[in-house]
Ligand binder design. Structure first.
Ligand code: CU
Length: 280
């Protein structure tokens, strides 16, 4: 008995240690962070709808189970409740019902996905996102960027990259990778898209408009190799003036051009040491 108690305490500790301090507003959003783009409402509607559907199905199924347990229970020691097999209408129902449920989920998922990935006609800004082992480069491809030249932000496995976005202005993201599959994910945007080598702006591109200023953490959401966990980046959603200011600063720092990634593929994270064959 003592051992059992100990086991319970141990399990409770493990489970509870996984919990962050309770943020009540997050409970209201059913564990989603605060949405921060013009597309997040579609995801929220899908998320809330799915939870309501799941709750209704849960109550219905458990209600019927409990009803059957009580209504058809054995009432005396010598009586066996009636045994029923091969009830065709019931079997047809529980084949048909899940198909309907999946079809409804599918319909709403596709509708939401189409709305989320809808392209705008003329995005205010275009940013090329380069995911490579194991960091990100962001090429600000605005035609009017700074004196007609492109500037960029780039990280290393030691110093993560910054991404600047102007609030309330539409941005097109073109995702490219020179090496393996990565995935560009900003949790507050309720969106991620894989970054796939060999695919260009035609296939791997999406538009959105950030609607809330703030600093968010972006991640790589596809296990891409040894230092996958270092593929973090910091997203700064700022005013247009601050955005322009940042581009000018990048130009002054000499961050001009459009890196295609992969330089960092040769760098050992945290050491900044080359490990290419020429040196060994
Ligand atoms: Cu990655």
């Amino acid at each position: 008995m003592e051992r059992l108690k100990l086991a319970f305490v141990a399990i409770a500790l493990v489970v509870l240690s996984g919990c962050s301090p309770i943020d009540e507003s997050q409970i209201k959003r059913l564990a989603l962070p605060v949405g921060s783009t013009d597309r997040t409402d579609f995801v929220w509607d899908l998320w809330l709808g799915a939870w309501i559907a799941v709750l209704v199905i849960f109550l219905l199924v458990f209600g019927l189970i409990i009803y059957a347990m009580i209504r058809y229970r054995r009432r005396s020691a010598d009586e066996v409740p009636s045994q029923v097999r091969y009830n065709l209408p019931i079997e047809a129902l529980y084949t048909f019902a899940p198909v309907v449920i999946v079809a409804v989920f599918f319909y709403h998922t596709v509708t939401a996905q189409n709305a989320i990935t809808e392209k705008v006609d003329n995005p205010d800004h275009t940013i090329e996102v380069v995911g490579s082992k194991w960091q990100w480069a962001f090429n600000y491809l605005d035609e009017d960027a700074v004196d007609g030249v492109n500037v960029f932000d780039q990280g290393t496995p030691r110093d993560i990259a910054d991404l600047y976005l102007p609030v309330d202005e539409s941005v097109r993201f073109n995702l490219i990778s020179p090496d393996v599959i990565h995935s560009f994910w900003i949790p507050e945007f309720y969106f991620k898209m894989d970054v796939i080598p060999g695919r260009g702006p035609q296939e791997n591109s999406f538009d959105l408009t950030p609607t809330r200023e703030g600093v968010f953490t972006g991640r790589c959401a596809e296990l891409c190799g040894m230092y996958h966990s270092r593929m973090l980046f910091t997203v700064h959603v700022v005013s247009r003036a601050e955005y322009d200011q940042h581009l000018v600063e990048q130009q002054e720092r000499g961050m001009i051009g459009a890196p295609a990634g992969s330089d960092e593929a040769k760098t050992i994270a945290g050491l900044d040491e080359e490990t290419s064959e020429e040196e060994n």
